[in-house]
Each structure stands twice: as C-alpha cells, then as structure tokens.
Design a protein around this ligand. Structure first.
Ligand code: PMP
Length: 426
C-alpha cells in the first residue's frame, strides 16, 4: 500500500509567547508569507551539516569535499524541484530580490522589459530605463492576456522579458501563468516567474508553464534565511559580466601592469562570487525535497484551512478583504483586509498582545497594489492586515484569529495602545 501523505512538521510548532495580561499561550504564526517556519526535516539536516561545513570547491580536505558534494547536490534538487531543463543553470543567491537583481544586470543590451504594475517591489524595481513598460493590472485575470499582448506589440524589435509574479503576496491570488507565457512566446519574449509565494504552496514546472526563469527564497520555503535561487536559461547569464566580483567568480586573474586581466568563471560560479552559503543551499534543498514528497497533503491541509479562515472572516463585521481578481479567484493561503474603524497596525498589535497571534500589517512591499486594492475595497486606510497560513498553521489558530477579530470589533482592544517608534504597542 502507498504511504498516507502527511503534512511535514515545522520547528516552532510548540513555541509559547507572553500576552499583555501575563499569561503565555502557544504561538499562532499566521505570517507564513513573510517568512515560513523551518521544517523539522530542515532543522535536522542543518544540524547534521553544521560540524562539517567548509569551503566549497576550493579546499582539498575531507570536509571541503563533503561541503562541495552537498552544495552541488542542492543544485540538482532545485533543478528537479522546478522541473528545469538539463541545460538550465541554477545560481544560488541570497533570496528572490537578489535573484531578480542579478537577472536585471544580465539582460542583453536593449532588452525590453514588460511587467504589471501591482508587482512586489522586488519584481517592480530592478528594471530601469526607457525600455521598461509597466502596464496596469486589469481587474479580471483573463484580461491580463490581452493587456500583455498589447504591451508586447508596442515594444521595439530585440530581446524581450516579461516579469510575472506567480502568486500575489498581498492577496495570494495565482496569476494565469500559462496563458501569459503563451502570449509572451508569440512575441518571442522570455518570462521570469517570481515564485516566492507560489513555490511553498504548489508544485512549479518550468517546462509545463513554459517560462524561462524561476526565482524563489528559502525563508519562504520553510528553510532559514540567506539562500535563494535563480533557475533558468543559461545563455544571458553566460554572456553577462558577473553580478558581484571576487573569488569564485574568476577562472584566472593576471597582472597586466596598469590593469588586471580577468577571465570570468563559467556559470553558475560566475555569479556566485565569495564563499558559497553551503548550509543555506542544503537547507533550501531539503525543504524542496520534503515538500515535493508531500504535495498532496500540503495542498489539502492549506486548502481546508483557507476555506475555514475565509468563512470565519466573513462573519467579522466591517471586515473588507482585498482582491486583485475577485473573491472566487484561485489563491494560496493569504488574506489581506481592513477592519472599519480600527487601524491595521492596531489590529495587528492587539492580535499579538492579547491573543499570541502573529500577522503582518502594512503595504507589504507592494505599495501600488495595496493602495489600489484598499481603494477598490472602499477602505479608509493606506495599510492592511495580512493573515497568511502554511504548514505551521492549525485549525485552532484559525478559530483563534476569527474569535479575536470578532471580540476586537465588538468590544475594542482590551488594553490601551499607543504608537511607539511607529508601531502600535500596549
Ligand atoms: N516577491 C514576492 C511575491 C514576495 O512575496 C517577496 C517577499 N515578500 C519577494 C519577492 C522578495 O523576497 P525576499 O525578501 O526573500 O527577497
């Protein structure tokens, strides 16, 4: 018989946190979209590697050999995780932001870049100059195809890149990636998929989606901070000057008198100057392997909790949810909202101080998207509250946050709050 799929456990599932009234409660981490808690399997793998880590690629010692093997294995795992082609390269970076900035520096001269204006700042800002075309995100997902088609028609002849976020970090809504990549292809454009929010929740397949690059962050994928990846076509990266220069990125350096002669290394090392983060790469790889083994359980767990959360939030008076494409659109477990008459920062502070619930408030590094969606929802604020669920979430957390919001709306905060250093605090 096949083993029953199980939801992988996370470190931190039994954390307890203090409340303002002196009690302690189990921590309800409802902020997975910012950074997801470390998987138990990742923590164990890191623990095992820590005594062994050493300089990758350079040292002759046994520990260096172990580290080099672990690091190169991690590349193969990442390649498999996103279904990349054999000819694709896997560059380890610090995170999604780093990956997108690297790709932006590697574009051939004159590349036209097309993107929607509701992107996360990491995907919105690295592209500058006259060849960048920002188009307004339509209110209907299917219309995005025509908008992109029109935009690509107006770009000059030459290389083209479409930047697309797979799932919104503000609303969790999943973009129609395949339809958009088909349009991009019809104009000979490449697509980079910002999978920071989708990769922890759904399988991604570069070939099936027909995209060229995938970027992601380890800390959103249940691994610690400091490791991310850019995976995709090697040619532009092979031709580009290194993003950072230093050891590891060079094949040879010679003294030519008044200048240095430098031959850069091949990809991916060309774009990985400095001592590689072998522990981070391993942690990320183990997280990917763990998720890939249990997708059915992961998806079922999150779908049930999201349904429960949305049904619960619908019972909170004065709560306005944000949405790019409408309430029925496909989404991962992210819900952003405001509560009439109570500032987002105060809602978040009260959830933490009175109920041990961690959420995020603000504009989520997607100011254009958040502002527009708040306006569309009729909210009076520039900030929202975001609840995001994942493998660390239990049904009790969902019950707790819904009950807490209902109490907050009915009775107001239990203690007084004031803004200290820009944040609401009891
Ligand atoms: N893109 C999206 C959709 C995100 O949600 C985030 C993180 N909030 C990023 C990019 C940037 O990720 P990182 O901060 O790990 O670079």
């Amino acid at each position: 018989p096949l083993p029953t799929p199980t939801v992988p456990g996370v470190a931190g599932a039994r954390l307890r946190v203090p409340l303002v009234d002196g009690r302690t409660v189990s921590y309800a981490n409802l902020d997975h979209a910012a950074s997801a808690p470390c998987l138990d399997a990742v923590r164990d793998a890191v623990d095992e590697l820590l005594p062994w880590y050493a300089s990758v690629h350079r040292g002759a010692g046994f520990a260096s050999q172990v580290s080099t093997k672990v690091y190169e294995r991690a590349r193969r795992v990442l390649r498999r995780f996103v279904g990349a082609n054999d000819t694709d390269t896997v560059v380890f970076t610090r995170n999604t932001t780093d990956s997108l900035n690297l790709l932006a520096k590697a574009l051939p001269r004159g590349t036209s870049v097309v993107l929607f204006d509701t992107e996360h700042h990491a995907a919105l800002l690295p592209w500058r100059g006259p060849n960048v075309l920002r188009v307004q995100t339509p209110a209907v997902a299917d219309d995005a195809v025509a908008v992109l088609d029109e935009a690509l028609r107006s770009t000059p002849v030459g290389p083209r890149l479409v930047v697309l976020t797979a799932a919104s970090n503000v609303t969790g809504e999943v973009w129609p990636i395949k339809a958009l990549s088909a349009v991009a292809r019809s104009h000979g454009a490449r697509i980079v998929l910002d999978a920071a929010q989708l990769a922890p929740h759904r399988p991604i397949d570069i070939r099936a989606l027909d995209v060229d690059y995938v970027v992601l962050s380890g800390h959103k994928l249940y691994a610690p901070f400091g490791a991310g990846a850019l995976i995709g076509r090697a040619d532009w990266l092979k031709a580009a000057e290194p993003y950072l220069v230093g050891g590891g990125a060079t094949a040879q350096v010679v003294d030519r008198g008044d200048q240095l002669g430098v031959a850069w290394a091949a990809v991916p090392e060309r774009h990985e100057a400095g001592s590689p983060n072998v522990v981070g790469a391993h942690a990320l790889a183990v997280a990917c392997e763990t998720l890939a083994r249990e997708w059915d359980a992961v998806i079922a767990h999150e779908r049930a909790l999201l349904r429960k959360l949305r049904a619960g939030l619908a019972t909170v008076p004065g709560l306005r949810s944000l949405s790019l494409f409408g309430a029925e659109h496909d989404r991962v477990g992210v819900v952003s909202f405001t509560v009439d008459g109570i500032e987002a920062g105060l809602v978040a502070a009260a959830l933490s101080a009175e109920h041990g619930i961690g959420v995020r408030d603000g504009a989520f590094c997607a100011h254009i998207a958040t502002r527009r969606l708040l306006g569309r929802a009729g909210a009076q604020e520039e900030r929202a509250v975001r609840i995001s669920i994942g493998l660390g979430t239990r049904a009790e957390h969902v019950d707790r946050v819904v009950a807490a919001l209902r109490t907050l709306v009915a009775d107001g905060p239990a203690v007084e709050y004031a803004v200290v250093d820009g944040r609401w605090s009891p």
